[in-house]
Design a protein around this ligand. Structure first.
Ligand SMILES: [Zn+2]
Length: 378
């Protein structure tokens, strides 16, 4: 029982006790009586906020990078890189490298993370076309593999496959129909590069008819003001967009303020960390001085910045990192604190820092320290 915290489900519920049994939340009530006969363990979190575990819909769980040669391939992610960041659900992606990395390896890593205790999904496909898949077909991957929520692809990037509109339409249709057979959304997750085309290819596919705007979740939409404008237009037509935290928190805050002031439906906006991919480090003259690794923890930092700056109320900010992704991707049991939902719970201290993390009912982080480790973590 998580006792006495201020529950945000994401909507503000008030001070409640949350009873977990196994992997689920079974009861949420004021002053719950702990059934002693069951030997209930009580965790007092008074003074803290109890919120859903964060959902990160774009993480390079296998490691991204490699474009600077074999020494620049990022190693696979560790369990605690995820849990210490308050994240309880990740969706894995392949990045630009689909030569030395495969959809099969991504599926194995996704299964591994599940066994280590968090919820993990993946997109089939990668940056390139024809897509990398597990079964040889996007349609079959989405229809038959539990872990696969949809397909990833890339447009308007100098490293992409220069797909034709016809090819993007075919790929989207395969994901959509696979989704219908598998009872999923079959989302098409589109990496947007920095080339001038922007969202153009996606809009071309939507204009042809047949594939609804809601099928797409383009990402890196706040790469530039122009792209963000195109993204807002997509949301106004019923689409959804994914943003990344910027290196400078002020830029993240300003992007969210632009969405808020533009009157777009903020429930159609998600945030992902793009974690565990490469970050190029540049010197004062703009020269490449080294590589870093993107962190999943940028997500909770962005959340805190959005709330502390007063850009959005806590509940609205929380949705960008929890419920919206569950809704857009179709992740059952996720993104909300409610009876019958998965017991993915994040306890934030007074400064909105990660204090405790429960993933599927199991305590992973306590007092900001990892108490559950991945297989190869010391
Ligand atoms: Zn990425």
């Amino acid at each position: 029982m998580i006792r006495g915290g201020e529950v945000y489900a994401p909507e503000h519920v008030g001070a409640r006790d949350v009873l977990i049994a196994g992997e689920r939340i079974v009861q949420i009530k004021e002053d719950l009586e702990a059934p002693r006969s069951l030997g209930v363990q009580v965790v007092d979190v008074s003074g803290c906020r109890v919120v859903p575990g964060l959902i990160d819909p774009h993480v390079h769980v296998l490691g991204g990078g490699g474009e600077g040669g074999p020494a620049t391939r990022v190693p696979p992610i560790s369990l605690t890189d995820i849990t210490l960041a308050g994240v309880t659900t990740v969706v894995g992606v392949l990045g630009t490298d689909n030569v030395t990395r495969s959809a099969m390896a991504l599926l194995a890593k996704t299964k591994g993370l599940r066994l280590e205790g968090v919820t993990a999904y993946m997109y089939t496909g990668s940056f390139h076309y024809p897509p990398s898949t597990v079964t040889g077909s996007v349609k079959r991957d989405v229809a038959l593999i539990d872990e696969v929520v949809g397909v990833k692809t890339a447009v308007s990037d100098h490293r992409d496959s220069q797909m034709t509109v016809q090819e993007l339409a075919r790929l989207s249709s395969d994901a959509r129909f696979g989704g219908m057979l598998g009872g999923k959304t079959g989302i098409v997750h589109v990496h947007l590069g920095g080339c001038p085309g922007g969202l153009g290819p996606v809009n071309d596919v939507i204009r042809r008819g047949g594939i609804p705007v809601s099928q797409f979740l383009p990402t890196h939409v706040n790469r530039s003001p122009e792209l963000l404008e195109q993204g807002m237009d997509l949301v106004r037509r019923g689409g959804a967009i994914d943003l990344n935290p910027c290196e400078d928190e002020g830029d993240t805050i300003s992007d969210v303020a632009t969405l808020r002031d533009g009157g777009v439906d903020l429930t159609r906006v998600t945030f992902s960390s793009d974690g565990n991919g490469t970050l190029c480090r540049f010197g004062e003259e703009g020269e490449l001085v080294g590589y870093g690794v993107g962190k999943v923890s940028t997500l909770v930092e962005a959340f805190r910045a959005i709330v502390e700056s007063g850009t959005l109320p806590l509940t609205d900010a929380l949705r960008l990192f929890t419920g919206n992704a569950a809704e857009v991707l179709g992740l059952p049991g996720k993104g909300q604190i409610g009876e019958g939902m998965d017991a993915d719970i994040l306890v934030l201290d007074g400064d909105l820092k990660v204090d405790k993390v429960f993933a599927l009912g199991r305590l992973m982080v306590d007092g900001g320290r990892a108490v559950a480790k991945g297989t190869f973590e010391p």
